[in-house]
Write a protein that binds this ligand. Structure first.
Ligand SMILES: CC(=O)NCCS(=O)(=O)O
Length: 349
């Protein structure tokens, strides 16, 4: 049995799973999202260059990816530290930091945040979507990718001794590219060796989540220890959602706080409101999936920090939990979603 077995691995070392408390399973504390830049609507170029003013806040929330500066979360170390202190005060215990290779993972900053704030931070191993894979990454074999991911968990990532406690978010698009396919296979192979949690960023198509699980399963991955992220922008039909839920992964609603009319990456998608997200959770609970739901905000732009008028990392604890209780989700079920399910997912086998 490995020393990881029965434990959770944070950036400060191994902890007992019962120490985690309320956990957001998909956040970013420092990253750059330049790969997600989307040109502003015609005529809005001047606003896009200087959006951090009161009169532009609505524009920024509607066009978060059309301003280069908004994509530089890594410039906000001090604001994020303040937010983590507020998160603790609101009853938060742990954050899973999903920044992987390709979007500027910064393990020393994560470790410093954990030390400064007392919030448990769990870092992610592996690779983001194809457009961020370097030529060197694309040339790597599945075996080499597997060894690299395993090493990030056992020894530390990016030349540090800071160890990752989860594989992901592993980035995939739609259709899944050859390079993403290799990373998915490597993820499954690493999971076989480590017995560790995995988290996936699926492509923006309702078929994408199931296709990723199929690939992982075929490569030997453990679906019951895998979180499927971003379901709130991916599967909209109740029947399709239940079909997907039957496959056995954790079901993550992780864009709480995001309310936009036009989702630039896929205009076919009507991004739900927070009320609609809560409704989806209540539906899944009613259908018996309360052991499988996890939630988060997936903060990845500056505009979502409270410093810039955003909702911050405590929005779910402060505002969404009361709404969940009002919509028929019991306190016990809320505790499962926020405490028990993340704990079971994050514990190494
Ligand atoms: C950082 C990240 O992957 N965010 C997800 C954005 S998306 O719009 O849900 O794909």
């Amino acid at each position: 049995m490995s020393e990881l077995s029965g434990k959770v691995q944070t950036v400060l070392g191994l902890v007992d799973p019962d120490q985690l408390g309320r956990t957001m399973t998909h956040e970013h504390l420092t990253m750059s999202f330049g790969c997600g830049y989307f040109p502003p609507p015609s005529g809005d170029e001047a606003v896009a260059e200087n959006p951090f003013q009161m009169q532009h806040m609505h524009w920024l929330r509607q066009n978060p990816y059309s301003c280069h500066e908004n994509l530089l979360l890594q410039q906000e170390t001090s604001a994020v530290r303040d937010e983590l202190l507020a998160y603790r005060k609101a009853g938060g215990g742990t954050i899973v930091e999903n920044t992987t290779v390709g979007i500027d993972r910064d393990l020393p900053t994560l470790k410093q945040h954990a030390k400064d704030t007392g919030v448990h931070v769990i870092a992610g191993a592996g690779y983001y979507v194809d457009s961020t894979h370097t030529e060197a990454t694309k040339r790597m074999s599945v075996e080499k990718l597997t060894d690299t991911i395993v090493s990030e968990v056992l020894h530390g990532g990016d030349g540090t001794d800071i160890r990752c406690g989860v594989i992901g978010e592993i980035g995939t698009g739609w259709p899944i590219t050859e390079s993403e396919m290799k990373v998915l296979k490597a993820t499954a192979h690493a999971q076989i060796q480590l017995g560790c949690p995995v988290i996936i960023h699926p492509g923006r198509n309702p078929e994408a989540p199931a296709e990723v699980l199929r690939i992982l399963q075929e490569a030997g991955g453990d679906i019951s220890k895998t979180v499927m992220s971003h379901l709130d922008r991916t599967i909209f039909d109740d029947g399709e959602l239940l079909e997907f839920a039957k496959l056995g992964s954790y079901l993550e609603y992780d864009l709480f706080g995001t309310e936009m009319l036009n989702y630039h990456y896929n205009l076919e998608v009507d991004m739900p409101s927070d009320s609609q997200r809560v409704k989806a959770l209540a539906f899944l609970v009613k259908e018996g999936y309360d052991d499988k739901i996890v939630v988060a905000h997936d903060i990845h732009t500056k505009s979502r920090l409270t410093k810039y008028g955003g909702h911050g990392y405590s929005h779910i604890l402060n505002n969404i939990v009361p709404k969940m209780l009002m919509r028929g989700i019991s306190q016990r079920q809320v505790d499962k979603i926020l405490i028990d399910n993340p704990k079971h997912w994050l514990t190494f086998k």
